[in-house]
Design a protein around this ligand. Structure first.
Ligand code: ADP
Ligand code: MG
Length: 717
């Protein structure tokens, strides 16, 4: 049997057949290869106890601990229960075993003895406990080679020990296993080959062994990811697309003549770059990042008009309905009569902008679909509804994705499939640290708009600590009133929609903290009848219908609402230049980048703006320090780096792009930045010289597998 065949074998066909079903259902492990890639979570020295305060409720764990005492109880139903107290030397934890037999006390649960206990961590009152754990004693004969004991992510019926034995058995039978990494990389970076790395990681004799293996798997992870990007890039270069060169005498020219402001240098330069790429016979794939308010919309619009001038259509994808309507509104406003096709007062060569969202009435939807299909709508703006089957464009030439971090690569592909390979422009206002950009958007070219349009005044951001100064809350509301009296408008952002709500995606809630006191639906009447009496208040949150939300946003944009009390639905893209005040309540519930985003809703006009971050966190807390950081700089890139340094890896990737969370097992974006860059360079070089990887069949196979695995994962999600 070849190494490849060995890895692809189903566990059911090996000596592990009896456990195959358990492995499949509990750990999603079906093949030998998958089992070998079930890596230890950590290692223990023989005799070293597991720190009990490291356990989390709900986790399946194997704990090495010392028995303090054990006792058998009889329940009212005459069942025998055994309570066992164990310790790590500092803390204690209890375990309950059912159907206890008196001889257990004598022969197993002897005080002072050390054992391995595997089970699910439950909460019992204030304490954690293991319920009926599987028990192994370390002084029972079990040969452990080397000095370290691997501890695997376990599951019901599959203890760490059982998994270890299974993996050892498989490794003992393995023929030479195929190597996905190219020799050149292995040599240059002194990596151990795959087969040896497996032995080291599953059966190390020292921590150094583990590190040697981890370095190799990090490389593998980075290299495979970058090779995938390199192939996608290569594929995109090879794919044909309709060239969309700039034409004179069209909509773009007409727009440039009526544009109310001069473009910034960056807007001009990136505009030219996009025009160049749109004129190519293969699809553009570009990410445009730029601070909130840097003017990405105009750049995108000019690219769309270039495409419209060649007879094509453009689609703009927004993450929420509010934003879809808002984009449509600002595009129409920028275009003026140029968007008035078929209307009285429309320009001669006008186009039209339609909206398509999930919650439109059937009639609205039919109308929008027809305009998209017959091409009379040059620009279609929508949410994921634009991705649905049944949406047919006449000639889709460009897809603009706003705020990419809410859309995955796969959605981009779906949309791409609706046109003959349309050009793709992704916009993001979340400044992305370079390492994250190449890890998550490695198949895109990246441009940045770094300057803000002239005439913006900076936002004065302040932390308002209401614990230390309870009276400051009154001052906050007075400040809101002053903004309104000066003719401006204010946003008030709450973590919750309603006070009785459970935390949800829009209801920001941090488990470690008591529930926020601030909820849109409760605060509105409170302020209306109190501190903000006499002002025109309105609520905006995700539970409102699309029409309702749009009506509120339009009223706010027209200045008919003074104060908008909202959840984070206003986070991205909302653009009302007259809004000069923002109050974020319980601001410590929000992430650094999120606060920066929120703050970007103000400071869009020439008037001075203020952003108040209200918190009841104590002065020395980490949460307070984060808020102070946001208050101290307006540089989104700096804040993004800080965010990356502060948060857990998965959270960062999760925000940037949903659905990729699981893919990084070894890499840490912060620590491994150099490695990731080096891997990218080598992977692109390799794919450049051998695009189909004919000379690297094992790598090619591994990449196909990565893609399949991801597809399965997405189906499940
Ligand atoms: P974002 O990059 O956050 O999407 P927008 O495209 O919404 O920013 O632009 C923010 C505001 O700045 C809009 O009102 C837009 O019309 C305006 N704007 C864009 N470019 C310029 C410019 N070059 N000069 C002045 N105002 C501009
Ligand atoms: Mg925008």
């Amino acid at each position: 049997m070849s190494g490849q065949e060995f890895l692809e074998q189903s566990l059911a066909k090996t000596f592990l057949r009896r456990l195959a079903k358990k492995f499949a259902t509990e750990l999603e492990i079906e093949t030998v290869g998958q089992l070998l890639r079930h890596f230890p979570r950590r290692y223990e020295e023989r005799g070293e106890l597991t720190p009990l305060d490291s356990l989390a409720e709900g986790e399946y764990v194997t704990v090495q601990a010392e028995i303090l005492r054990a006792k058998i109880f009889e329940t009212r139903a005459r069942k025998k229960l055994m309570k066992v107290q164990v310790t790590d030397g500092r803390r204690t934890m209890s375990m309950t075993l059912f159907n206890a037999q008196p001889y257990w006390l004598k022969s197993w649960m002897v005080p002072g003895r050390r054992g391995y206990f595997t089970g699910k961590v439950n909460r019992y009152g204030k304490n954690l406990e293991l319920l009926h754990p599987h028990t192994d004693f370390e002084d029972e004969p079990k040969e452990v080679k080397g000095g370290l004991i691997p501890i695997y992510p376990a599951a019901s019926g599959l203890t760490s020990r059982k998994i270890q034995t299974a993996i050892e058995g498989v490794l003992a039978l393995a023929p030479p296993l195929p190597e996905p990494l190219p020799d050149s990389v292995i040599e240059e970076f002194h990596l151990v080959p795959f087969h040896r790395a497996l032995r080291l990681i599953h059966n190390p004799s020292s921590r150094a062994d583990v590190e040697i293996a981890r370095k190799r798997f990090k490389w593998e992870e980075a290299f495979l990811l970058q090779a995938t990007f390199a192939q996608r890039r290569h594929q995109a270069q090879a794919d044909p697309a309709t060239p969309r060169p700039r034409r004179s005498g069209g909509l773009l020219e007409a727009f440039d003549q009526r544009c109310p402001f001069p473009l910034t240098e960056g807007q001009q330069e990136i505009g030219d770059l996009l025009a160049e790429e749109l004129a190519q016979p293969h699809p553009m794939n570009r990410l445009l990042q730029g601070e909130v308010g840097s003017g990405k919309t105009v750049v995108a619009l000019r690219a769309m008009l270039t495409v419209l001038d060649t007879g094509g259509q453009a689609a703009m994808l927004a993450p929420t309905e509010v934003l879809a309507y808002q984009h449509a509104r600002s595009l129409r406003q920028l275009l003026g009569p140029l968007a008035g096709a078929g209307e009285l007062g429309g320009a001669e060569r006008a186009t039209s902008v339609v909206v398509l969202t999930g919650s439109q009435s059937p009639a609205q939807r039919r109308k929008a679909l027809a305009a998209i299909a017959d091409g009379s709508a040059g620009i279609a703006v929508g949410t994921h509804a634009l991705l649905e089957e049944g949406v047919q464009f006449r000639d889709l030439g460009l897809v603009v994705v706003d705020e990419q971090h809410r859309f995955g690569v796969e959605q981009r592909d779906t949309l791409r499939a609706k046109g003959a390979n349309p050009h793709v422009l992704v916009l993001t206002a979340t400044p992305i640290p370079r390492t994250v950009a190449i890890t998550v958007f490695g198949d895109l070219e990246v441009s940045s708009l770094t300057e803000l349009p002239a005439g913006r005044s900076p936002i004065d951001t302040r932390v308002v600590p209401v614990v230390d100064h309870p009276k400051w809350m009154a001052r906050v509301w007075q400040r809101v009133r002053e903004e309104v009296e000066a003719g401006h408008q204010v946003y008030i952002v709450c973590p919750l929609i309603s006070a009785d709500d459970k935390p949800g995606p829009e209801n920001i809630q941090n488990d470690e903290k008591p529930k926020s006191r601030y909820a849109v639906l409760n605060l509105l009447p409170e302020l209306e009848g109190g501190a903000l009496f006499g002002l025109r208040l309105a609520a905006l949150h995700g539970r409102m219908g699309a029409d309702e939300k749009d009506a509120v946003m339009s009223a706010f944009a027209r200045g008919q609402v003074d104060v908008l009390i909202a959840t984070t639905v206003i986070e991205v893209g909302v653009d009302v230049a007259n809004a000069t005040g923002m109050v974020v309540l319980d601001a410590d519930r929000f992430g650094i980048s999120q606060l920066h985003q929120l703050r970007g809703r103000v400071g869009r006009g020439s008037a001075a703006s203020i952003c108040l971050l209200v918190t009841s966190e104590a002065a020395a807390s980490p949460a307070r320090r984060r808020l102070e950081a946001v208050a101290s700089t307006a540089d989104g890139f700096e804040l993004a780096e800080l965010d990356l340094a502060e948060r857990r890896e998965g959270d960062v990737l999760g925000t940037v792009q949903a659905g990729r969370k699981r893919s990084l097992r070894f890499l840490e974006l912060r620590r491994d930045a150099d490695l990731i860059r080096a891997a990218r360079e080598r992977a692109f070089r390799l794919v450049g010289s051998d695009p189909e990887l004919h000379r690297h069949p094992v790598l090619a196979q591994a990449l196909r597998f990565t893609l399949e695995e991801k597809a399965v994962y997405l189906e499940k999600a």
